[in-house]
Design a protein around this ligand. Sequence first.
Ligand code: ZN
Length: 223
Amino acid sequence: MYIGNTNYHPSPPNICPHCHVVNRPEPKWEAKTKDTDNVDSNISVWQCANSECRKLFIALYQLVGTKPQLIRFLNGYPKGPDWPQPILELENGNGEDNEQSRFIITYLQSLEAENYGLNEIAGMGFRKAVEYLVKDWAIKNNPDDSEKIRSLWLGQVIKKYYDGDLKDILERATWLGNDQAHYNKLFEEYDIDVLKELIALIMVELDRQHKMNHYIETIQSKK
Ligand SMILES: [Zn+2]
């Protein structure tokens, strides 16, 4: 893939912006170009490998520092953050067998609303995404309580099933999120970017806890 006059071999996109299913899309076409700000770019067309989807999508690659990176998709939903594996694999707590978690779908729809300048809707959407993440994660770790977790308020789930810094950050994300859904704003000084930053922190922490639990369970003392 050429960006400027150099040939690069960046990682291909690993998620489809239409169906959001992680896969290895097939490259169909690419060309080097410049974007509207005259930045060296490469535009490539890919076909989703998910047999239920098979849609074409367009990816924009540019250099970040010296490394070629997928900047965004030019059709379908926006790229979104890099999802940690346990978040990608998070099942929907309502038992519905969707291919993608409700958290990721809701997050991406909110991101798309934001990209269209629909900030009021985007804010409420991120709030809803946090609720899906908090409840589905709690259900994953406490499957016997699933009925109860589904019926509790978000704040109650956070208090009962989370602790430490993670609980404090989840509460703050909820405060900012609720603000997005109400008439009177209590946290005027914080915007959607702060809420997204908190969601990013929450994902990092959940991923960290998941990995620690995994290694503590799988690597046992040999004495
Ligand atoms: Zn697809």
